[in-house]
Design a protein around this ligand. Sequence first.
Ligand code: PPS
Length: 568
Amino acid sequence: MSPNASFKDLMLPPAEAESLKSEAAHFPSWDLTPTQTSDLELLLSGAFSPLDGFMTRADYDPVVDSMRLADGSLWPLPVVLDVTDAFAAGIGDHRSIVLRDPEGVPLAVLDVAEVWTPDREREARQVYGTLESAHPGVDVVLNRRHPVYVGGRLRGLSLPIHYDFKYLRERPDEVRARFKKKGWRKVVGYHVERPMHRAQVEVAFRSAKTAEAHLLLHPAVWQTHTGDAEHFSRVRCYEHAYKHFPDQTTDLSLVHMAPRHAGPREALLHAIVRRNYGCTHFIVGLDHASPRQAPTETPYYGAHDAQALAGRHADDLGIRIVAAPKYVYVQERAAFVPLDEVRESDTVLGISDDEVLRRVLHDRDIPEWFSFPEVVDELRRSIRPLHRRGFTVFFTGLSGSGKSTIARALVQKFLETGDRRVTLLDGDIVRKNLSSELTFSKEHRDLNILRIGFVAAEITKNGGIAICAPIAPYTETRRQVRRTVESSGGGFIEVHVATPIEVCEQRDRKGLYALARAGKIKGFTGIDDPYEAPENAEVVIDTSALSPDEAAQDIILKIESLGYISVV
Ligand code: PPS
């Protein structure tokens, strides 16, 4: 495949798609994850052209090591279909599998060329330059992907269906056709995945002017869950920002593309996608696609790395790179100015994305020099301040550690203030109702905790307080619950009730430790079953030193310090 290979989508003509659909009913069927659905859409629509399917090792290995496909053309990141061991084993002699969306609609047939177990550590190290799980891209590769990859060509049956902002979602061939119709021969693409304020508008507008090109504002969108309010708000912000551009020379369109957090390599991918959408130029800013390291907020990659890498591959990309400087606001000039044009006497003002969010969350002022009033109103309308959001207090600790007692005290205290609905999901109560058929095997304990997490996330999403008090002995499962709750838009406060086992055993309120010691209960947590203590719990409590009332007060203080309880 040559870098300038002509653009091609992977959709079958309708009649062929219909007949393949009936045949596919007998193929092994894989339900795509949201990220896989997003990749599939980019592959089928031709946005990932020249790729013609999910990668086999022949492409994957050189892409991971040196950003080249098997034929030597430039491709910066793996595009893989990860599946479970069980599914991989079930493929057996089948030569094709069918890929479905969450509702079971068949979207494509993958003609299987290879099934293999990748070295995901190598992938993370080569692609992201680190093995730190705190890096969000590394976390996906190491902890969230299934262990087996399936590679092969795709035959597209139907593109994923979106019900939101249909008028802004376009395939590459549609955008190309519009450029042609309008006579736009030079178009600079602008990738954006955060709300656009005045500085981003300056970057896009001035870059287009520098390149003497038309401008395609091309935000990448994805939804973390159904009803993700931030997604809708972000797109409405783009619509507001778009009105500030000259409409004769600027277009707005959305591309469904989940972030990969891969910094410089991802900048190349963003450029290739825009090439396939018909752009001739692409804007690469400082810190392009670079995730930030907590708690310092410093980017993982060098500020100029993405521009430098894109510059080195300019001939291979098939699209010209416009390296955009950072624009800052200079108070004396009441204007945005490239950072390298700032004089020593200038007063430079800036507000980081995190600071904007903090101000919205805490109902604080956002000045007009920074953003457009409509954009700020939109953010305020859709991002609820923390003190009006829901949250989950998740207790974890040994049996008899005091979780339930403190949880009950906390419920009473929240009910006293009465500003949010409170639901208690106590270990014992859940076991009697939601999880009555489950045992205490690792698998069933995990299932139990994930169910609690699911219910807690729903309560939190709707502005309530969920108080959970299971043993929850496994770190990874607790982490999954945290992710589910946090992605529902609310807070997650983990409370480790770290009462020593000797104290729990001495109390032995239910007589279970005695039974476990006598071997009458097998697999009892802390006796002959593991408890993995949390390392980063928001609150740690030892009830041998604190009364339930004091413990509940400590938790309330922590929740207050996080902003979920406020004087405003
Ligand atoms: S888990 O591991 O999170 O799914 O456990 P959980 O749902 O919280 O249930 C814990 C309560 O079940 C009782 N029980 C046991 N606990 C631990 N191990 C074994 N094998 C076991 N068998 C029964 C015990 O009363 C726990 O209640 P608490 O309130 O924690 O004392």
